[in-house]
Design a binder for this molecule. Structure first.
Ligand code: KQY
Length: 361
């Protein structure tokens, strides 16, 4: 049922990702203009992610009719497969934001989705099926739904579940999302639909991130008042200034409860570039962002998923993989950290956090 109110008015809030989950939602990759070689390598990587998360919590994967049997065969039996139609496979961004209240009730927020910028720099056309995903998840799960009147992707926000949200100006204030809205108007919508008191605005996201700097690739909450920030010590890397600027903001900000923030630096891998062969494997379609050889990808270890009792993080075949895993093991002493080779997901423009969406318990 669609509810004509807002979560905040009704006493609902988006929980932190580190709170207990009922499960995780994903979509099956298919687009040959996003995923090389007809999406076969990406399907293998998505299967590995689904399989790893399913060790910790139930996973549901939405699959189009044509790929249903293949996905069923490639995914482990404990992963539920449901037929869905979609344009691409970024459940974090086109999927719902679940909200809960103090009585154990769950509802969801259905945002407007415009493929990261619509006709002004969006990544593909059309995106009509993606824009229906949140409504379809509401039907499948029999969850009441709020329809938010703004464009927003789940990867552009992170919350501590206690009234604080982090986001980036680069994305949320980009005129290709909600051009008629001021920062204050946008803040009012975020507070109303996510159940917040305070928004911390970082400046920019990871260098060359095609999402216009989603926060989920650069910074996230480990728990209330403790954050991880993607970091490089190389002052020649354009990422250096971006991360340093965000660190300064976080060091001077307080959260909704007045706490100062503890920020942990998560090292970045060495720059990851698209190879000639990888570029050749992607179909060229007008209206879809091209994948050119030599282009730098937005590789970041911050793009991990927090599951019940586990962390599923990207590996890039870089010596920093193990260093980043160690940092996460220290930050999440009660969770098992699992690394998945994620280059094939990164080639599509995002990573493990971008292809998953948690449903709170
Ligand atoms: O960063 C994300 N949350 C999603 C990345 C989407 C890239 C689309 N090509």
């Amino acid at each position: 049922m669609k509810i004509d109110s807002t979560p905040k008015k009704d006493g609902f809030r988006m929980p932190g990702e580190f709170e207990r989950h009922a499960g995780c939602w994903m979509l099956w990759p298919i687009r040959p203009d996003t995923w090389r070689l007809g999406a076969k390598p990406a399907q293998k990587a998505f299967s590995e992610v689904a399989s790893a998360i399913s060790r910790f919590e139930p996973v549901t994967v939405g699959v189009c009719a044509e790929q249903f049997q293949n996905a069923r065969n490639m995914l482990p039996p404990q992963v539920r497969v449901v037929e869905l139609s979609y344009n691409d496979s970024w459940m974090r961004d086109c999927g719902p934001t679940f909200v809960i209240d103090g009585n154990g009730r769950i509802r969801l927020v259905d945002w407007e989705f415009n493929a990261w910028g619509g006709l002004d720099g969006g990544l593909y056309f059309p995106w009509d099926l993606d824009n229906l995903i949140a409504m379809k998840v509401a039907e499948i799960t029999r969850t009441d739904r709020y329809k938010a009147p703004i464009v927003l992707e789940g990867g552009s926000i992170h919350t501590d579940g206690q009234g604080t949200l982090i986001t980036t100006e680069e994305c949320l204030l980009n005129p290709n999302r909600n051009p008629g809205l001021s920062r204050e108007e946008l803040e009012d919508y975020l507070k109303a639909y996510i159940g917040l008191e305070k928004i911390i605005w970082l400046k920019r996201g990871i260098y060359n991130d095609e999402t216009n700097g989603h926060v989920d690739n650069i910074c996230c909450f480990i728990k209330p008042s403790v954050l991880a920030l993607a970091w490089t010590d190389d002052p020649k890397d354009p990422q250096y200034e971006i991360s340093a600027e965000n660190l300064e903001i976080l060091q001077t900000e307080k959260d909704a409860r007045g706490r100062t923030l503890e920020v942990h630096k998560l090292p970045l891998p060495a720059p990851v570039l698209i190879s000639e062969e990888e570029s050749r494997g992607v179909d060229i379609i007008e209206g879809t962002l091209p994948r050119n050889p030599g282009d730098r990808l937005a590789a970041s270890y911050v793009n991990f998923y927090i599951a019940n009792g586990g962390i599923v993080m990207p590996f890039f075949g870089d010596p920093k993989d193990i260093q980043a895993k160690t940092v996460l093991e220290e930050l999440f002493p009660d969770r098992e950290v699992v690394g998945i080779s994620a280059r094939e997901i990164l080639l599509g423009g995002g990573n493990i956090h971008c292809i998953t969406q948690q449903q709170p318990a």
